[in-house]
Design a protein around this ligand. Structure first.
Ligand SMILES: CC(=O)SCCNC(=O)CCNC(=O)[C@H](O)C(C)(C)COP(=O)(O)OP(=O)(O)OC[C@H]1O[C@@H](n2cnc3c(N)ncnc32)[C@H](O)[C@@H]1OP(=O)(O)O
Length: 212
């Protein structure tokens, strides 16, 4: 088995994740992008097309990171990679501060300056972006993206595949549903149902998709 990591994605988010993985001491073999990707991603060669995942697995690569910003696509590609026998690694900045009592899943990105406090749980495939702070006892579920400079107070729950846009604030005890989008700069002072988009200070719901 080969030790190098395969990264799915070759865009802006992948650039950051490749550098996080390298800062952790990983060597990156390839990024796997799409037909319109550049040939290199911060110096790493890019293979174009998801069919390359199977070929790389057959060639003995096993460790993989999904560096795709879209929550739905990240979760879907991770499930494809797991079916092919890959293992997901984490990409965690040495400049993040993570409580020893925090619990982390796999396939997670935690960027520089992020702070994760006591007994918070971060589930698989979450992104805790640059300078975001997640205080004590929070629960960040699968495939969530907490964008740069968000601040979550204690005991906040963020449901599957939700996006908290850049600079959001959330007061204690709030429950944010699944597939919710909170717009940039939003301040969340009441819980939000599944599949809503909410913006403003405090946030108001501007869109609600039907449950599936
Ligand atoms: C490293 C990185 O880059 S991480 C990237 C993290 N990503 C983000 O932070 C993106 C966050 N996205 C947003 O804030 C977007 O504006 C969204 C998702 C809330 C809305 O996007 P869309 O669905 O395209 O809505 P649209 O742009 O049409 O706006 C709808 C209305 O909401 C308003 N609105 C949109 N975003 C916001 C916001 N953040 N705060 C207040 N009002 C907003 C618009 O002005 C518009 O109002 P109007 O109907 O009175 O004209």
């Amino acid at each position: 088995m080969k030790d190098e990591v395969v990264v799915i994605g070759a865009g802006g988010h992948a650039k950051v994740c490749v550098e996080l993985l390298q800062a952790m001491g990983h060597r990156i073999a390839y990024c796997v992008g799409s037909a319109d990707s550049s040939d290199h991603c911060v110096g790493v060669p890019v293979l174009k097309g998801d069919e390359n995942l199977k070929k790389l697995r057959q060639a003995g690569y096993q460790r993989l990171f999904v560096a795709i910003g879209s929550n739905a696509i990240r979760v879907r590609l991770a499930s494809l990679a797991l079916e092919q026998g890959y293992q997901l690694v984490n990409a965690i900045s040495p400049h993040a501060s993570i409580s020893p009592t925090a619990r982390l899943g796999v396939g997670i990105a935690i960027m520089a300056g992020a702070v994760i406090n006591a007994e918070t749980r971060i589930a698989d495939l979450a992104i805790i972006n640059t300078g975001a702070t997640i205080d004590h006892d929070c629960e960040i579920r699968t495939g969530v993206h907490i964008a740069p400079q968000c601040c979550l107070a204690g005991n906040v729950v963020v449901g599957r595949m939700s996006l908290l846009g850049i600079g959001c604030k959330v007061i204690p005890e709030i429950k944010i549903g699944d597939e919710v989008t909170v717009g940039a700069g939003g301040v969340v002072v009441a819980s939000l149902p599944n599949r809503t988009t909410a913006v403003g200070v405090p946030v108001r719901i501007i869109k609600q998709l039907p449950d599936v």
